[in-house]
Design a protein around this ligand. Structure first.
Ligand code: ZN
Length: 505
């Protein structure tokens, strides 16, 4: 167990409205932020607006901490491009977060999407503090805390943090913090300790040393509620992983999450009465929109990365501001939805593949992992949004194959439930009870031949558990490829396939 003492900042007498026995601590809490730029035509979100809100809060109360409750290094469209010869992989986010002045972060499952070396680079670039109560680095079986190298010295992530705060009259309070992350899309270089157990163990240590304890949690909200039942003396759980704002009180524990991509932020004010030794919490959900001016220093950082991205977008032959369609019902590209079931966005992409084929196909399939937006989007959908949905692009091909291979592909897709190899499809249904497949309404016949639209990436055996699926597979009869030299052949890029289809909607 590592405890860290955070230096206290004294409150300016004029700014402190609380009584002399009360110490106020303010949290600015966001979670699941993938984009540093504002979204929806610049109207919502954006790190430069978060920075303005932070400055405002700090002016009112110097005891203000800015917290990100996990999921920020991935996914983002810009992460797939290169800068200075290296893949960007979350560098834009760390730079923006440093400029905002984040104080503390908890790990989210998406931080581990980066490979170990890239994650280490991002950690070392960060100026904020990382807290990790249950996740450890697994170095070929040797477990040790993740660490940040500061001036050549490896500083391990603490499991707990103890922070002291004072009010203007010198009354002080000690707050304990823990942070947990769920094991989702597990990686070999990470050891995921049981998060309930870790929270309990760290809480048991903190409760003796602190006046009160709060948690940063990156788990499903049902588990937040269970945790609150387990640890009713924790004051506040600042959550992430869920992408829609929520607040509830379970056994007196306030559980709150803001909307993904800093569309909103929670401002929690904890007032600790040093005489009665009790804390009260006030939580306000703040909209991050164009009513908040952009902080110029952060906006400069964001613009730098936007410019880098713009060059890459033009290079990819896309027109980022072109409106493709206006949708009223949100398109669900959330990872948890797409890797475990079928969504309207999955259907739409598969239908666009069917429509783009050079001759009628029996069905279309693609891997859910090609969708990386991990968000729901609605309103005016631009080409930039399509790129955020499908950052890797890639060709789609048409394959004549034996029915037994198609059946194997579909079975593998089911086995891949929970990961990126889970399949989305068009013109396919599955009877779960009987385990029967229907192609275009008819029972799949293993002895019949089928004509299927599928990403080239999958045909190269690159998706999880699809190693057998190659051009050389004996059950592949013929592969029809797009014409690479023809810029009008949309099958060269699945994003163009989707754009063409949505424009006709
Ligand atoms: Zn998450």
């Amino acid at each position: 167990m590592t405890a860290l003492l955070f230096s206290c900042k004294s409150t300016q007498p004029t700014a402190n409205k609380a009584s002399d026995k009360t110490v106020e601590i303010t949290f600015l809490h966001v979670n699941d932020v993938y984009e540093i730029s504002p979204l929806e035509g610049g109207k919502v979100g954006g790190m430069a607006r978060v920075a303005t809100l932070r400055k405002e809060l700090l002016q009112k109360n110097p005891n203000t901490l800015t917290v990100l409750a996990g999921d920020f290094l991935n996914p983002a469209l810009i992460s797939t491009f290169k800068y200075e010869g290296k893949s960007i992989k979350g560098r834009q986010m760390v730079e923006a977060m440093n400029a905002v002045g984040f104080d503390w972060v908890g790990l989210g499952n998406h931080e581990f999407d980066l490979d170990e070396a890239d994650l280490q680079k991002r950690i070392d670039e960060s100026k904020f503090n990382w807290l990790a109560s249950n996740a450890l680095q697994n170095k070929k079986g040797v477990l040790e805390p993740f660490s940040k190298t500061v001036d050549g010295v490896k500083v391990p992530f603490p499991k707990t943090a103890i922070l002291s705060f004072k009010n203007a009259q010198g009354k002080s309070v000690k707050m304990g913090m823990f942070s947990i992350v769920l094991p989702s899309n597990k990686k070999d270089f990470v050891y995921y300790g049981d998060f309930f157990e870790s929270a309990k163990n760290t809480y048991d240590i903190l409760k003796n040393e602190c006046d009160f304890v709060v948690g940063i949690t990156h788990i499903n909200k049902a588990d937040d509620a269970k945790l609150a039942e387990m640890l009713p003396d924790v004051k506040l759980l600042m959550g992430g992983h869920d992408h829609d704002n929520m607040i509830e009180t379970v056994k007196g524990v306030v559980i709150a999450k803001a909307d993904a991509n800093a569309k909103t932020a929670y401002v929690h004010t904890i007032s600790y009465n040093t005489e009665t030794k009790t804390a009260t919490i006030k939580s306000d959900l703040r909209k991050i929109n164009d009513s908040i001016p952009q902080d110029s220093a952060v906006a400069t950082v964001v613009k730098k990365w936007d410019d880098i991205m713009d060059v890459a977008i033009v290079k990819a032959g896309m027109d980022k501001n072109d409106v493709v369609a206006e949708v009223t019902e949100p398109l669900d590209g959330r990872e948890s939805s797409m890797r475990n079931g079928h969504t309207n966005l999955g259907d739409l992409i598969a239908q666009s593949m069917t429509a783009a084929a050079s001759k009628p196909v029996d069905c279309s399939v693609f891997n859910s992992g090609s969708v990386r937006i991990d968000d729901q989007i609605s309103g005016k959908i631009t080409q930039l949004d399509i790129m955020r949905i499908l950052p890797f692009g890639g060709k789609i091909v048409e394959v004549a194959m034996k029915g037994r291979l198609l059946e194997r592909i579909l079975e593998t897709g089911l086995k891949n439930k929970g990961n990126g190899g889970f399949l989305q499809w068009d013109k396919i249904t599955h009877d779960d009870a009987k385990n029967e497949w229907f192609i275009n309404g008819k029972l799949l016949d293993v002895n019949q031949d089928y004509y299927v639209s599928i990403p080239k990436f999958m045909m190269e055996g690159k998706e999880t558990n699809f190693g057998y699926l190659t051009y050389q597979n004996p059950d592949v009869i013929k592969v029809t490829e797009s014409d690479e030299k023809d810029i009008n052949d949309i099958r060269n890029d699945v994003r163009k396939v989707l754009i063409a289809y949505m424009k006709k909607m």
